[in-house]
Write a protein that binds this ligand. Structure first.
Ligand code: TXA
Ligand code: MG
Length: 345
């Protein structure tokens, strides 16, 4: 049931006492703690099993609150926040010395974002303090896009979950570093590099996970193998479809995720995803979880369309980025029956 104002006040009190509360955003659910309480943040890392070198995003109610955690709010940061907040854009800026080091895992930069969700905006205003919020999943697993996903991972660890319903966007925020020259997108998302470049009036670089960034700044979320379902996940291309259909037929443990190629056929277990990028992103993580829940040992994912010069292309690229961390390509000998080989997790 959706959180009421009483739930929000209760959550704010828990956070004031240094407890951890999960909150909804338009992208995915976050595991929240007071950004100035190092002990509470320790517990976030511990609950997630998150490596200590992977910094956390700080959630704020707007630019004014952002200024409390940053040393310098540049014109670029101001322009981007005006245009895209509240919304799915995390902006990397120099951090305030007051902010506990554990938030940024020792980095001199902090990622700040104002989430576009009424429940969490109300929480931030009520609390009047910034909140760290990594995605509310165990480290390396699929991000949660509804309250039940969070409860499955953390309810028995005593974490309260503010229920804000299903997340609309469904994939994590774009992370952009505005301190580098040129500014650089470290994690692709709903807001594209082109949209950011338009606001900044200058080109913006993009980092793909395959090309590690030079210099000290590195976004550990770009590491390979992330967002993983329990089952072995593979991406297949259109020309592999006849093989996939033949091999998966009658195999109850093989689940196919398709947005285009397929009609439900007897003997195939298919989860149909919407053919548009926004609809696809919104339910992709839930679909991966559904496949796990259905007992799949193997998830076969039809490759999303990219490289077409359409408005949807940047979002398909962001989706492909997530899939490339959740899945591997089919091995060449797959059609010869080698489908039991598992990707390295
Ligand atoms: O949409 C989102 O961003 C969600 C919701 C809850 O806001 N949060 C989220 O947090 O996805 P997390 O911790 O799962 O991913 C944060 C990403 C990681 O790739 C992390 O390495 C990067 O942002 N990041 C955070 N702070 C950073 C910093 N100071 N420097 C470089 N990368 C940073
Ligand atoms: Mg995450």
């Amino acid at each position: 049931m959706a959180a009421t104002f009483v739930d929000i006040q209760y959550a704010a009190n828990l956070l004031r006492r240094g407890e951890v509360v999960a909150f909804p955003t338009e992208t995915v659910y976050g595991l929240g703690a007071d950004a100035f309480n190092a002990q509470a943040i320790e517990r976030v890392y511990e609950l997630k099993g998150r490596p200590r070198h992977n910094p956390l995003i700080v959630h704020v109610s707007g630019p004014e609150m952002a200024r409390r955690v940053v040393r310098e709010w540049s014109d670029a940061a101001a322009a981007l926040s005006r245009r895209f907040w509240p919304g799915p854009l995390s902006i990397l800026v120099p951090r305030s010395r007051e902010l506990p080091e554990i938030v940024t895992a020792g980095s001199d930069l902090v990622a700040v974002r104002c989430p576009n969700h009424p429940v969490t905006l109300a929480l931030l205003f009520e609390l009047n303090r910034p909140l760290v919020g990594p995605s509310a999943n165990l480290s390396g697993h699929v991000s949660p896009t509804d309250a039940q996903h969070v409860r499955e991972a953390f309810a028995d660890r005593g974490v309260q979950v503010l229920d804000g319903g299903a997340c609309e966007a469904g994939i994590e925020s774009t992370v952009v570093d505005v301190t580098s020259d040129p500014p650089r997108v470290l994690r692709p998302g709903i807001i594209s590099a082109a949209q950011i470049a338009e606001v900044l009036g200058r080109p913006v670089a993009e980092t793909s996970g395959d090309q590690p960034v030079g210099g000290p700044l590195h976004s550990p979320g770009l590491l390979d193998r992330h967002y993983c379902p329990r089952a072995a996940a593979y991406v297949f291309d259109e020309n592999e479809w006849p093989d996939v259909r033949r091999i998966a037929a009658g195999r109850g443990d093989m689940v196919i995720l398709s947005h285009r190629l397929l009609r439900a056929e007897p003997g195939l277990r298919v989860i149909e995803l919407p053919p548009d990028a926004a609809g696809y992103a919104a339910i992709l993580y839930a679909a991966l979880r559904d496949a796990d829940r259905a007992g799949a040992s193997t998830i076969l994912i039809e490759r999303p369309p990219t490289g077409r010069a359409t408005d949807e292309d940047p979002l398909w690229m962001a989706i492909t980025d997530r899939l490339s961390r959740a899945a591997i390509r089919l091995p060449d000998d797959w059609a010869d029956g080698a489908a039991t080989s598992r990707p390295i997790t």
